[in-house]
Each structure stands twice: as C-alpha cells, then as structure tokens.
Design a protein around this ligand. Sequence first.
Ligand code: DC
Length: 232
Amino acid sequence: MTIPDIIIAIDGYSSTGKSSFAKLIAHEFSFMYLDSGALYRAITYLTVNEGLIDKDGQIDSVNLKKRLEVSDIHFSYSPLGSKTFIGETCIEDKIRTLSVSDYVSPVAALPFVRDYVDGRLKEFGKKRRIVMDGRDIGTTVFPDAEIKIFMTADPEIRAQRRFDELVSKGSNPIFDDVMNNLRERDYIDSHRETSPLVKADDAFILDNSDMSVREELFWLKGLIQGKLDILQ
Ligand code: DC
C-alpha cells in the first residue's frame, strides 16, 4: 500500500504501545518516526542530572529555562532506529529509567518547556511524511494531521508492558511502583493546563488491550484506505 505525504499523529496514555506502533508504521510506509516523549524525557534528564529539581519535586524553572536555551538535544537516526543525544552524549537508555519517568510529567507541564518542544516538533513536520507519537500531537502540534489516532488500553496491561520493558533493560522494578507511576502520569498528563492529553475530536480510538501490533497495522490500513477514498 502506498500513501501520500501525510502526517500521522498518535496520542494516548502511557505504555499503550504508541512507539512500537509508530515504528512499525514508519517502516511499513517509509515514513520518518519521531517520539515526542523522548524530547520531554531528555529535558527531564537534564533537569535531574543538573540538580534543577529538589527531592520534593520543586523545579528551578528560571535556571532550567536558561539551560534549555543553550542545550543541544538532538536525535541521531540509523536503520536500527533513532537515539536521543545531548551534545555528544547518547542518553537514550538514561531517559527511559524510572527516575526520569517519575519527574517527566511535572517537567512536561511547564509552559516554556511545552513551547520549546512544540517548536522543535513543528520543524520536523515541515516535510510531512512523518508519524509522531505523544500526548498532544493531534490537538496542538499538528491539528491538521490527516490521520489521528488515540490509543488506550487497560491500566493493568499497560503497567505489565512497562514492567516487562524495564526488566528487559536490566532493571529490577517493583510492579506497584510502575503501576503508581503510570496512574500518576495519566492524571498529570490529562489535567495539566497547557495542552492536556485529550482525544482530538477527529481522532480514531484504538484500544489495543487485546491486539498485537500487526493487528493494529491491519486496522490502520483499513482506516487510511477509507480516509484516502474520501480525500480523492
Ligand atoms: O510517551 P512517554 O511515556 O515517553 O512520554 C513521557 C512523558 O512526556 C509523558 O508522561 C508526558 C510527556 N509528553 C507530553 O506531555 N506530550 C507529548 N507530546 C509527549 C510526551
């Protein structure tokens, strides 16, 4: 199936498998893939690593803002996927740890952080032919995306997926900690003032509690076919 240079926006709750699905779409249709959460995670890593957050979760916004202006957060692409860097340092593994996950939602709720990331994401979308996943891609970043998907799944299943992912990366997580982090992030992401996680009116809901990623792709192809028939 060949498709034109459209934007596919994938939003949804944490650990619904957005990035696995987006990567498969990118591979299937030769699209560029961008994980917008990686930018928020990189900024959170910077915040934690440079001591700009105290143990009560208070963020030193003034210094974070200054630091962000001179930071060099970027992605490096290869056939194996993309990796996140700050300057010369690859931080791809570091941004996936629970210590970053614990603070990412409050950092991502800061309006100046959202402005910074939005600007970066919009640049990536200029050439279109991109699939991007996050929380506000179909609502704020690319409200004109041709295909919008809102992903959800049972919270227990999502927590188990995140748990398995952490274990596969060599961590030794406690299931309840993973579950609590997930619930807390769902809450903050959906209730923040700037660009909260909400389904775009024109997004299609995909509940993948009992679906494989291949089944998701099959579902998407049907959706795209229908949409293209309407556009033509
Ligand atoms: O997709 P993820 O779990 O890696 O995202 C990490 C956090 O980043 C998530 O808890 C909320 C935030 N985020 C966001 O607010 N907006 C986006 N477009 C992407 C992620």
